[in-house]
Design a protein around this ligand. Structure first.
Ligand SMILES: [Zn+2]
Length: 477
């Protein structure tokens, strides 16, 4: 069947109410929302996020916050819409997903370093930076609850301009172990159960993060680690309450122990050395999602060697000009620069270790992906521009652009356990999408050629985003 005859047949079926039963063809479905919906984007090249090849001259109908039709443009020619976007010469991809962030907006009280101070404005700016960069979903895997949880509540209530926010709240670890300053610290079972119950009841984690690392890598000293039996109890506790788990690890051995303790996802991919062949095969066999998190480690040397990246449009729009100037001055002064405050991160050895290990991490990610495993973009940062950097680093790892789009969208939804409802441009899924003016399957950098960002069917008005770089014009011509 030719494309044209297929379209005609499909159209007839649609009106007969068979193949397209459930589509919002009827007037009442269209009139039910007094918003700008339904929206039709037609004549667009669709990259749906599942890894399937691009399809040309497609139409996407958005209604009730979801994609209601994804069909050849011919099929929607006569369809009424409040808002029609001509996608000729443009490319539609799903909204990007970052499965590992720590949202800005919390710092130590300068007078009392046992206390935290919340800066809501910084949190809102960071959230806005994601939408601006095409990221429509974030998972915060460790924060102070008083920073992230009110923002999550406000996002869900539609009160703020932000991507979909999923969060752990406090993470879980052992006293003195990795991330213990923003954690519920547990020592033993069953004593820990009441602490976990309290965390669950008060913070309602979407995914809980546990850290399982004795460090001793980079320029870090060895530290206490969560006992493995306790790790198992924590995973089981949260799973039995319907909550998925993710674990911080840095090396293969701890990752392996965490996986066989029952963890659902890995918040990082091992960076300490090249993965064994058995580990790569296991990752594919288990289909367990790994967050990529290259950006954070790469950034130490990038800042030092290429501070001019701070002048790229995405950074100019999403960072405070004073912060960009401060970072440039640090580099110009020859100081060791870092985006975090803990001491070893300022050391030269840390920067050099990360510079050496990032290519190894890239290779590990490429190997897991090639073997058929699941890797999902995570930055370990707090700015949407970082997600775009993560895509660059995936391309540098030797992964094809079409596959990278999947890693940054559908695989993120798999990480979250939400692949049935989001993460790709398919009928019935949440209408999260990014319209691009250049082909991302030709060059992944074209994911930055953003014309329009849509979250749950709503077109984001960039001019209203509270960006740290100041108000930006709308990018839709
Ligand atoms: Zn992290």
């Amino acid at each position: 069947m030719t494309m044209k005859s297929f379209a005609l047949a499909a159209l007839l079926l649609a009106f007969a109410g068979h193949a397209f039963a459930g589509h919002a063809f009827a007037g009442q479905a269209f009139a039910s929302k007094a918003s700008v919906e339904p929206i039709i984007i037609d004549h667009v090249t669709l990259i749906d996020g599942t890894g399937r090849a691009a399809k040309h001259d497609m139409a996407v109908v958005v209604d009730g916050g979801k994609f209601t039709m994804v069909v050849p443009s011919d099929l929607v020619r006569g369809l009424a819409a409040r808002h029609r976007i001509d996608g000729t010469g443009k490319y539609l991809i799903p909204g990007l997903i970052d499965v590992h962030i720590h949202l800005d907006g919390f710092s130590r009280d300068k007078k009392d370093d046992k206390k935290w101070v919340v800066d809501r404005k910084a949190g809102l700016q960071a959230l806005a930076s994601y939408l601006y960069a095409g990221v429509t979903t974030v998972l915060d895997v460790g924060n102070i609850p008083q920073n992230i949880l009110p923002l999550r509540a406000d996002e869900r209530a539609g009160k703020i301009l932000a991507p979909h926010v999923f969060a752990s709240g406090n993470l879980i670890t052992y006293p003195g172990s990795h991330g213990s300053d923003i954690a519920v610290n547990v020592r033993s079972w069953p004593e820990a159960e009441a602490q976990l119950q309290a965390q669950l009841d008060s913070q309602h984690p979407d995914v809980i993060k546990i850290t399982y690392d004795d460090e001793g890598w980079g320029s870090r000293p060895l530290i206490p680690i969560l006992p493995k039996d306790l790790l198992q109890h924590i995973i089981q506790f949260y799973n039995e309450h319907g909550v998925r788990t993710t674990v911080h690890i840095s090396g293969e051995n701890r990752a392996l122990e965490a996986i066989y303790s029952g963890v659902d996802t890995l918040a990082h991919t091992p960076i300490q050395g090249p993965l064994s062949e058995g580990f790569v095969k296991m990752a594919a066999a288990k289909q367990i999602p790994f967050a990529t998190t290259m950006m954070i480690g790469d950034n130490y040397s990038r800042l030092r060697e290429h501070p001019e990246y701070l002048d790229q449009p995405l950074y100019v729009a999403t960072m405070d000009p004073k912060e960009r100037a401060r970072l440039k001055k640090l580099v110009a002064d020859g100081g060791e620069t870092a985006l975090k405050n803990s001491k070893p991160l300022f050391q030269k050895s840390w920067r050099l270790w990360m510079k050496t290990q990032t290519p190894i991490l890239q290779d590990n990610l490429r190997r897991i992906d090639e073997a058929g495993g699941v890797i999902a973009t995570g930055t370990d940062g707090s700015n949407g521009a970082g997600e775009q950097r993560e895509l660059e680093l995936l391309a540098e790892a030797g992964i094809a652009p079409l596959e990278i789009v999947k890693i940054a969208t559908f695989n993120g939804a798999r990480f979250l356990g939400r692949q049935e409802t989001m993460g790709s441009i398919e009928e019935g899924k949440l209408a999260d999408a990014v319209l691009l003016s250049a082909d991302p399957t030709r060059d992944i950098d074209n994911c930055k050629a953003i014309v329009m960002v849509m979250k749950a069917g709503a077109i984001i008005d960039e001019s209203k985003l509270p960006l740290a770089g100041g108000p930006q014009p709308r990018r839709m011509p």
